[in-house]
Design a protein around this ligand. Structure first.
Ligand SMILES: Cc1ncc(COP(=O)(O)O)c(C=O)c1O
Length: 448
């Protein structure tokens, strides 16, 4: 490897350099034998180290819906670095964080108007879980500590997140987390190949009543779910399911947290999943599309009553009310990227554009029903996924093989568990979606 006579270009990286980077969520041994190196990006395309154009079928990691290298964001970030590269996140502020917080609240459901900045989706989840426990303590209900997540849920990789998360391999290695129960997931056999939201499954929310009976509401702080589960392979909520969860949470005085790290800011054809599905949580975690992926940033958006509870019980007003925060909370460069990204979202009417092209994406994607290995297809907005039959008892093998074939054909798609996942740029043209689906179809056919 890394021989300059080689046809493949590894950017001059030595084996030692490749080995030095322990890559996240990556088969390091396989990758380092034949690295897939991306060297630039523009619009809906990457360029790899061999100069090939690759269509970005997952918008980065669900991050770059507005397309890559948007000049407005590049300019805003460059200007910000020159003007104010960093300012302390604690006890001092800079104007852009307040501007951005306010802008975010304009896109949120009514009443969700307090924004706490973090550096990522995982940090947002940890923050929301801590805020929920703290909130109940502040209210004198200190026994409300347990969380309820959902099977197949993904809430990042920190200890709180993996405890409420429901993807087995992400938890198995790490032992005991925090107290959490799990609702059943909503992937029912009768919903296979449903286009959009499935008709069956609202009753699965009633399992929450069972859990309340088991743990007692006096011990439960919050329920956390992704309105549409992304990382487990795009699982849209059954019709009526989220509404039911909301009703049960309200009835038992349990906070409802929507993890909208993937669904906020356009992907669902709305500003948020909450708006798309018509259900308002008490807290929401956001990240990814907030800065169009350009600078790491996340946030928790809370209902005002939660914020007010902290303020009212905060003691003397020079005391901090929430002993929590990150060095990079509200980083000025991230705020500049966030403001520019949300400008683009509004100016280019990206949620509306997603709504317009989603039906064509749906039709093309479901055209793969009947293709080799495909046992289910799901979609909503510009998110979609295929489930593939296991190969010799190895569920993760075929998706990996299919994704590698797509890469060779010039298309980046994500493989995870037994699924292939698509999260198209909001700026995708229908012809591009068509080419992607054709390449996916061919790749499925060519895979044993
Ligand atoms: C729903 C959800 N929550 C949390 C996260 C974690 O975000 P991050 O990787 O930025 O920590 C993700 C990442 O994909 C996600 O999809």
């Amino acid at each position: 490897m890394n021989n300059n006579n080689d046809k493949t270009n590894y950017c001059g990286l030595s084996q030692e350099q490749l080995d030095a980077h322990w890559m996240p969520f990556t088969g390091n041994r396989q990758f380092k034998q034949d690295p897939r190196l991306i060297v630039s990006a523009e619009g809906n395309y990457y360029t790899d180290a061999n100069g090939r154009k690759i269509f970005d079928g997952l918008s980065g990691l669900w991050t770059c819906g507005a397309g890559h290298s948007r000049p407005e964001i590049v300019e805003a970030v460059s200007k910000q670095v020159k003007e104010l590269d960093y300012s302390p996140a604690f006890q001092f502020g800079h104007p852009k964080s307040f501007e951005l917080a306010h802008r975010i609240t304009e896109l949120m459901p009514e009443g969700m108007n307090r924004v706490f900045f973090t550096g990522s989706g995982s940090e947002s989840v940890e923050t929301a879980l801590k805020m929920a426990r703290g909130y109940w303590r502040k209210k004198g209900l200190a026994s409300k500590t347990r969380f309820i997540g959902r099977a197949k849920g993904y809430h990042g990789v920190n200890f709180g997140g993996i405890s409420v998360g429901g993807i087995g391999p992400n938890r198995a290695l790490y032992g005991q987390g925090i107290e959490a129960g799990h609702l059943p997931h909503t992937m029912m056999p009768e919903n296979k190949f449903t286009q959009g939201m499935p008709a069956q499954g609202a009753h699965l929310a009633d399992e929450l009543e069972e859990m309340v009976a088991l743990y007692d509401a006096s011990n439960i702080a919050a329920v956390i779910v992704e309105p549409l589960a992304g990382s487990a392979g795009v699982i849209p909520p059954p019709i009526g399911y989220l509404k039911r969860l909301r009703e049960i949470c309200t009835k038992h005085n349990i906070l409802l947290i929507f993890d909208e790290v993937i669904t906020a800011f356009g992907r669902m054809g709305a500003n948020t999943g909450s708006e798309a599905f018509g259900v308002v949580p008490d807290m929401m975690t956001i990240a990814k599309q907030l800065t169009n992926g350009v600078v790491p940033m996340g946030a928790v958006v809370a209902k005002q009553e939660i914020y007010d509870t902290y303020m009212e019980t905060g003691g003397a007003d020079y005391m901090l009310e929430l002993p929590h925060g990150y060095t990079y909370s509200a980083h000025p460069v991230a705020c500049a990227a966030g403001l520019a990204s949300l400008d683009i979202l509004a100016k280019d009417k990206l949620p509306e554009r997603v709504q317009t092209i989603a039906p064509q994406f749906q039709e093309l994607l479901h055209g793969l029903a009947g293709s080799k290995h495909v046992t289910d297809i799901r979609n909503y907005g510009l998110a979609g996924a295929l489930t593939l039959a296991p190969n010799n008892g190895q569920p993760a093998l075929r998706p990996y093989q299919v994704a590698m074939k797509c890469w060779q054909k010039g298309f980046y798609v994500r493989y995870g568990g037994d699924t292939i996942q698509l999260g198209l740029p909001f700026t995708s043209e229908v012809a591009e979606i068509d080419s992607l689906i054709n390449a996916l179809g061919e790749s499925l056919n060519e895979t044993e």
